[in-house]
Unconditional design. Structure first.
Ligand SMILES: [Fe+2]
Ligand SMILES: [Fe+2]
Length: 433
């Protein structure tokens, strides 16, 4: 299920060894099959109480209450299913790595997603009896993109064919994971909450890989634009800013779909019963029950998107999506800073949330990146300027050449500012066999 080949290579990997915040990880050259999956749950908080919903103030659950068993099992299976899926999607990328540094980061993310699968399988085995064990087996039987046994969520059945897509995936799609885990980290089911809290410490590195990966592509693009004095640097082996914008549009839209429908009675029930909270629940200043509270969301009515106050309990998916969009914008801000530092007049932007959606209220209509409703004819005429087109894809494909000299980087991406764990950039992060 994991990376194709490289099983005999020594990889400079981080292994989680404890849940203490100082010294939780250990770095060493390890062959991937020798990487050991530990089970880590953040330390129990003595007397932790349920912090939201109908059971607020009661002690958290150390066992699964019978009435929430199937719901909790389904949430754990859905989360668990995404973890190996991304590894399967990325399994060929090692062959076109832009450097040993990037190859190492890819494998680091891959083994940790494997550990996250194990963390979810552990919960299924330890707390859900026979049906839990059967679900855990099925996690191993499904495969990304398999016609008969695909992964559960659509975005996890597309293969990741190039490194620009990979960096976009770790920035946008791993970040969906961060928000789902953060919401589950509030759960009244304490073993799940503690497991998710520890997973979040590893997940931060995955988003770092995406964030800095795109930043380095932009850095290189800007350097080429200046030295060649043109916006079209594709002939010089770089990636044009408008191509980057199109990849961004695509990955943002499919990641937004992962949050589900705007209005959701399931999400309301998860919250009320204490199964899944909000992002940073304890930092929110309200009654944490959400009865009689409203929340402003965008609503599509007679072709126009406007804001509307809705019962807060029914729009929790949209609220989590809002938190996610805010977090994404911080990355876009940093990327634009790199462009500005080169005195280049171009601004990357997140498209409107209605753009390119397949789930929720926007799914049956077409919208511009600015959020204007358009006809299917207009969409078909314009989509190649908004989403990765054939010429983008062919160009990106042509750039995907393996670079494995220590300290060397492919021409379409700048080196990172620093190496991993204090090592130099030219460190031999992977010893190929
Ligand atoms: Fe993960
Ligand atoms: Fe991840």
């Amino acid at each position: 299920m994991g990376p194709s080949d490289f099983m005999n290579s020594d990889v400079y990997l981080r292994t989680a060894i404890s849940v203490e915040s100082n010294g939780w990880a250990h770095f060493d050259k390890v062959k991937m099959p020798d990487y050991r999956w530990g089970i880590f749950l953040a330390k129990p908080e003595g007397n932790r109480k349920i912090s939201f919903g109908l059971h607020m103030g009661e002690p958290v659950w150390q066992e699964v209450p019978g009435e929430h068993r199937s719901t909790l099992r389904r949430l754990i299976v859905t989360q668990g299913d995404t973890e190996p899926a991304s590894v399967e999607q990325q399994r060929l990328l090692g062959h076109t790595c832009p450097s040993l540094y990037d190859l190492r980061n890819l494998f680091q993310v891959n083994i940790e997603e494997g550990r996250h699968l194990w963390a979810m399988a552990y919960l299924l085995h330890a707390y859900f009896g026979r049906d839990g064990r059967e679900e855990a087996d099925q996690l191993l039987e499904r495969r990304s993109g398999d016609i008969d046994k695909p992964r559960i969520l659509g975005a996890f059945n597309e293969s990741t064919t190039d490194w620009l897509s990979y960096f976009m995936f770790t920035f946008f799609t791993d970040r969906d994971g961060k928000f789902q885990l953060a919401a589950l980290a509030e759960s009244a089911f304490d073993p799940l909450a503690r497991t998710c809290r520890f997973m979040l410490t590893e997940e931060a590195h995955h988003m770092f890989v995406g964030d800095t990966g795109i930043q380095r592509v932009i850095q290189r693009t800007c350097e080429l634009m200046i030295s060649k004095d043109t916006d079209n640097i594709a002939p010089y082996g770089g990636i044009n800013l408008d191509t980057i914008q199109r990849y961004l549009n695509f990955h943002f839209a499919i990641s937004l779909d992962l949050f589900g429908s705007e209005i959701s009675t399931n999400a309301a029930n998860y919250f009320t019963s204490g199964i899944k909270g909000r992002y940073k629940e304890d930092k929110i200043d309200d009654n944490h029950v959400l009865s009689n509270l409203a929340y402003n969301v965008f609503k599509l009515e007679s072709g126009k998107i406007s804001t509307s106050a809705e019962p807060a309990l029914t729009v929790l998916n949209e609220r989590l999506r809002d938190d996610y969009i805010e977090d994404c914008n911080k990355g876009i801000y940093r990327w634009n800073k790199t462009i500005r530092e080169h005195n280049i007049n171009f601004t990357l932007q997140l498209p409107n949330r209605a753009f390119g959606r397949s789930i929720g209220q926007y799914r049956n209509n077409r919208f511009t990146p600015d959020g204007a409703l358009i006809s299917t004819t207009d969409w078909n005429n314009m989509k190649n300027t908004w989403l990765p087109n054939k010429s983008d894809q062919n160009h990106i494909k042509s750039l995907m050449q393996k670079v494995v000299e220590p300290g060397a980087f492919a021409g379409w991406i700048a080196p990172p500012r620093r190496g991993i764990n204090g090592q130099p950039i030219s460190f031999k992060y992977v010893r190929l066999s």
